[in-house]
Design a protein around this ligand. Sequence first.
Ligand SMILES: Cc1ncc(COP(=O)(O)O)c(C=O)c1O
Length: 428
Amino acid sequence: MNEKYSFETNCVHGTYNPYKFNKSRAVPLFQSSAFVYDSVDHAADLFSFNEEGHIYMRIDNPTVKEAEGRIALLEKSSGAVCFASGMAAITGFILNFLKSGDCIIASNYIYGGTSGLLNDTLPNLGITTVFFDPEKPETLEKLITKETKLILIENLANPALIVPDIKKIATICKKFTIPLAVDNTIATPFLCNPIDFGADFILHSCTKYMEGHGAIVGGAVVDCGTFTFDKDKYPLLHEEAPGGKSFVETFGKKAFLTRLRGKVLMNTGGCMAPFHAYMLIHGLESFHVRMERHCENAQKIAGFLSKHPAIKTVCYPGMENHTSHTTAGEVLRKYYGAMIGFEIKGGYEACKKFINSVKLLSHTTNIGDTKTLVIHPASTTHRNMNPEQRIKAGLSDEFIRLSVGIENVDDLITEIDTALQNTMEDLQ
Ligand SMILES: Cc1ncc(COP(=O)(O)O)c(C=O)c1O
């Protein structure tokens, strides 16, 4: 299976060849910590990354390798390395090429965990971050200094569901020879391949739509193979690799991912468990079908909410009044994603009553599950922000976030309508 097949076929088959795995039709689960070597020379070649093969679960594993190949294929990219979670992937990605004294410029619409990493953890290692508004790419250029080594943005950044103009941002990155990384977790490769707009690296939490059933945590770093790491600016990629020469000299286009696996995974250990890779692959087989239903359901629910008398505002990029509507139409394929934000008339009390009265909708923090999930971000996921920061992030105290699942949409609408009516009656 390869690039000649369509997205849907690649979701189902990936890079898997049953004839290489005892003709097992399903991708097998290789639940083994270690793999035996043919000889001392073979082991030495594997440890030098001179030969393809498997060493030890922390570094690689055949089931994880198929998940990596499948994600790389879906992102039209040259390769991927999987991690224990989305946060482990983002951390590993940054540690692979940034060092003390380096600076990141990140979107100010970014997942809370990532913002914790950038604001709390990395400054202790001497890596600092400044933030910019991704809807104003023109503000980026004047923030760039000689210490700036990475631009990091999110596609369909939640909860405000901002879609950045990736192409414009990538053009600025190229002008200053700085890599652009796009966290594509929420848009997913079903809606957008950031490589088409000039991204150099793509980050994923596989916990969300990719596995899609809310059953694992996992992450991936995808290398688009487009960025060349200058020796003075990015010395870590020019460190000595096994064999005596630098990673770049030894592995060329594969240098970044080889170092990520051979140094970061090897030394820090945040690998994806094979069972999680197995679940992820099974999730990916129906990814395209699920995404279609997720997005169609979200579109219908957003339309329903926008006409409901109990609703103050609806935040959905498919609606003309959303600030990212035009860009979303250019960046995303066919649909506008499956997340919706909305404000209920009646403030925090109304939100509480609404969430406490839903039954089919699950009250939880995750997203990208087959089941529809609901949460009040201001009192949970974003409670650490002060009210001013929350408003800047598009989050009032009346804001509710929906991750729309793949249930029957009429059942979902009936449930939401009933809960809204109960809320309004209780508040009268
Ligand atoms: C956009 C985005 N990136 C990264 C993550 C972190 O992923 P994980 O929970 O798998 O560590 C999340 C989690 O919600 C996310 O929404």
